[in-house]
Design a protein around this ligand. Structure first.
Ligand code: HGY
Ligand code: MN
Ligand code: MN
Length: 426
């Protein structure tokens, strides 16, 4: 059965939904929507409404993930999961995460309304904590669905000292129910996510869609450098123990390691807190973050080891203290080969070519790979810009992506999907 797709209509609906969801922010003139905030609640309610209008059964789990279920073969049938996240970074873009949830809803709605009656069901998932912006955790919602949520994450505290457990209760969920949120691996066929590429490749190749081969592994560190506060006017340079100057040298050290790194290695110091923070006081304490990624786990881990050596050498030379703690680590996840082929096939039925490409950005698929085979469809974004209000995907490309998901679902059982609970069988 070939389901009729109206790409123009899908494009217009996706664009309108992006605008509606993108308008839900804690800041008036930019987009910031953090996990378990009132804005997350409003966005979850909007998405739940869309799921209901699409004819899906709507529920919400203990980590705040909104689930839209379509079970034509009954609730016990195995199911395909399609999702992404609705949280954002600070001053982020409207498409990162939200697009994947919206495309999932549009695709399942079209399939459900076509009369197709597959032997499997589909759940559309809207995760609330992919970015890890509010708490020093990340992928916690998808980890709960995958059954790999770390209970110790409940003690993670946000900038106001509120723990994840406290925030969950305030949001109206019960952390005691987290274990029950996990899917049964034997009942899940695969997880598929559509997402903007957040890079320049598809635009450079002049194509709207791409298929992801692997999702880069990442490490996130918190580095605390301690020195001695002093008078900016009286302490000679040779006698200073300047925590900020030391932190700056360490930041350049990690940048140097990444520039020399292999496998697409990238490093970012995204946040730096300086104490006491007076213009005329030598900084006594600095805390900064490091985000290090590579398509190769071995090269990332080697760079981490070398950075530790560099940071301690710099601290010793400057008479400083340094403590490095890793608060996030996720391995590189290969995407399931059969799913890559099926996504490429679905795109080709639309007369489009879908290049294969890795993802430098992290995604919920890295947690879901612990549950089932995962695959990702990338959507071209303007200038490759993301985590920036200038982030943009065209309505036409969004409509094409929705159509590709419809084709993927329609053809998912022919021949029977050779799924499994392992990550990727290349
Ligand atoms: O950081 C990332 O790669 C993702 O946007 N959370
Ligand atoms: Mn994302
Ligand atoms: Mn992101």
């Amino acid at each position: 059965m070939t389901i009729p797709v109206d790409i123009a209509a899908l494009s217009a609906r996706a664009a309108a939904m992006i605008e509606a969801l993108g308008a839900i922010s804690s800041t008036p003139d930019s987009l910031t929507r953090l996990f378990l905030t009132p804005e997350h609640r409003r966005a979850a309610d909007l998405v739940a409404g869309w799921m209901g209008e699409a004819g899906l059964g709507v529920s919400e789990d203990a980590l705040g993930t909104v689930r839209g279920s379509w079970h034509p073969a009954g609730p016990q049938a195995p199911r395909l999961l399609i999702g992404s996240h609705i949280d954002t970074v600070v001053n982020g873009g409207k498409y990162d995460g939200s697009l994947g949830v919206i495309l999932g809803i549009l695709a399942v709605e079209a399939v459900a309304r076509s009369g197709l009656a597959p032997a499997y069901g589909i759940d559309v998932l809207a995760f609330g904590d992919e970015e890890g912006t509010r708490f020093p955790t990340t992928l916690s919602s998808s980890a709960a669905c995958a059954g790999v949520f770390l209970p110790s994450s409940l003690d993670a505290r946000d900038g106001d000292g509120i723990s994840l457990a406290e925030a969950l209760r305030a949001y109206g969920t019960n952390p005691d129910d987290i274990a029950a949120s996990a899917y049964d691996p034997s009942r899940v066929l695969a997880y598929i996510e559509a997402h903007i590429e957040q890079g320049p490749v598809l635009e450079a190749e002049g194509v709207p869609l791409g298929v992801v081969t692997a999702i880069a592994g990442a490490s996130r560190l918190s580095v605390t450098v301690t020195g001695e506060a002093g008078h900016a006017g009286t302490v000679p340079m040779r006698l200073r123990r300047d925590a900020l100057a030391g932190a700056a040298e360490m930041a350049l050290a990690i940048e140097r390691l990444a520039r020399a790194g292999t496998d697409g290695m990238v490093a970012t110091v995204g946040r730096m807190h300086v104490e006491p923070g007076s213009v005329n006081v030598i900084p006594s304490r600095v805390v900064f973050t490091v985000d290090l990624r590579s398509a190769s786990d071995a090269s990332r881990r080697a760079a981490l080891t070398q950075f530790g050596r560099d940071a301690h050498r710099i601290a010793e030379q400057r008479g400083l203290g340094v403590v490095i703690s890793a608060f996030h680590e996720v391995a590189t996840v290969p995407c399931y080969r059969d799913i890559q082929l099926r996504l490429s096939d679905a795109v080709s039925t639309l007369g489009q070519r879908a290049p294969l490409l890795p993802s430098g950005a992290g995604h919920d698929g890295q947690a879901m790979a612990k549950l089932c085979p995962v695959g990702m469809l990338f959507v071209r974004c303007k200038g490759g810009i993301s985590h920036n209000p200038a982030e943009y995907a065209s309505p036409e490309d969004m409509g094409m992506a929705a159509a590709a998901l419809i084709r993927f679902i329609e053809r998912f059982q022919q021949p029977p999907f050779n799924g499994g609970t392992s990550g990727a069988r290349m």
